[in-house]
Design a protein around this ligand. Structure first.
Ligand SMILES: [Zn+2]
Length: 240
C-alpha cells in the first residue's frame, strides 16, 4: 500500500516516489505520496509527477479507488503514463492545498461553535460549507458566528494529530460530529484532530489535512445561512 505522507505532515509539498503500477484507466499508484485523495468533503490534490528526465505529468486530481482502496493519481487529458518502477518527484499544487487546509480547519472551529449534529460539508478553494441539523432557526446568527470564529482563529490555538483506540472512540461516541461519516475501522487506531490544549476547542476523528495553528487560517466571513429543509441549515463561509 502507498505510504500516506500527508497524514502526519500536511505541510509536505513534494516527495520522491516510485510508480507501483498504472491501472487500466491510466491512474497512477505510487509507493508513497503527498497527494491527498478526495474524501471527507475535501477535494483531491492536483499537481505534477516529475520524471527523472524532467518530463512532467500533470495530475488533475487524486482519488481513492473504491474497490482496492489505492490512492490513484489521475493524469490530466493527454498525458503519457509513466512506466511501472519509474522514479518521480510527486509535487502538489501547494497554493490550492494550503487554502483547502485553511478552510477545512475553519470548519472544525465552526463545529465547536455550532452545537448541533453535522449532516454534511464541503471544502472549497476559497471557503466552504457545513450543514447542521438545527431545530431552532434563531440558534445561529451570521454576524455573531463570524465574530466568534475570528476570535478563535486569532487566539492561534495549536492543531495536533493524535491516535486513539477504537475502544476509546466506542466509549466516547459524541466525538463523532458528522452523522453520515463513520471513521474507518479495522486498523485498531483512529486518527483524531485536536484543536487547543488537549483538544479543548475541538477533538474529533478526521483524516483530512489541517494547518498547524488556527492563526494560519486567517480571517473568515460567514456569508450565508441557508434553510435546507425543515431541520437543516447550511452555513457558508469564505476565506477573506
Ligand atoms: Zn479535519
Amino acid at each position: 500500500m502507498t505510504r500516506e505522507l500527508f497524514r502526519d505532515d500536511a505541510t509536505l509539498e513534494e516527495c520522491a516516489a516510485a510508480v507501483s503500477r498504472v491501472n487500466d484507466r491510466g491512474g497512477i499508484v505510487l509507493d508513497q505520496t503527498v497527494f491527498y485523495p478526495t474524501g471527507g468533503g475535501q477535494p483531491g490534490d492536483s499537481g505534477v509527477l516529475v520524471l527523472e528526465d524532467g518530463v512532467e505529468i500533470a495530475i488533475a486530481t487524486t482519488v481513492k479507488d473504491r474497490e482496492t482502496g489505492e490512492i490513484v493519481h489521475v493524469p490530466a487529458e493527454g498525458q503519457e503514463p509513466p512506466a511501472p518502477g519509474a522514479k518521480v518527484t510527486a509535487r502538489i499544487n501547494m497554493d490550492l492545498r494550503r487554502r483547502r487546509m485553511r478552510a477545512h480547519t475553519a470548519m472544525h472551529l465552526m463545529c465547536a461553535l455550532v452545537p448541533f449534529p453535522v449532516t454534511g460539508g464541503q471544502v472549497g478553494d476559497d471557503g466552504g460549507r457545513l450543514d447542521f441539523a438545527i431545530d431552532d432557526p434563531d440558534a445561529v446568527n451570521r454576524e455573531d458566528l463570524t465574530e466568534k470564529l475570528n476570535v478563535m482563529i486569532a487566539r492561534n490555538h495549536p492543531v495536533n494529530i493524535a491516535y486513539i483506540s477504537e475502544e476509546e472512540l466506542d466509549a466516547n461516541p459524541e466525538m463523532v460530529r458528522t452523522m453520515s461519516v463513520k471513521p474507518p475501522r479495522g486498523a485498531g487506531t483512529i486518527r483524531v484532530v485536536e484543536i487547543g490544549e488537549n483538544g479543548e476547542i475541538d477533538r474529533q476523528p478526521c483524516g483530512g489535512t489541517h494547518v498547524s495553528a488556527t492563526g494560519e487560517i486567517g480571517a473568515v466571513e460567514v456569508t450565508k445561512i441557508e434553510k435546507k429543509g425543515r431541520m437543516n441549515r447550511r452555513i457558508r463561509f469564505r476565506l477573506v
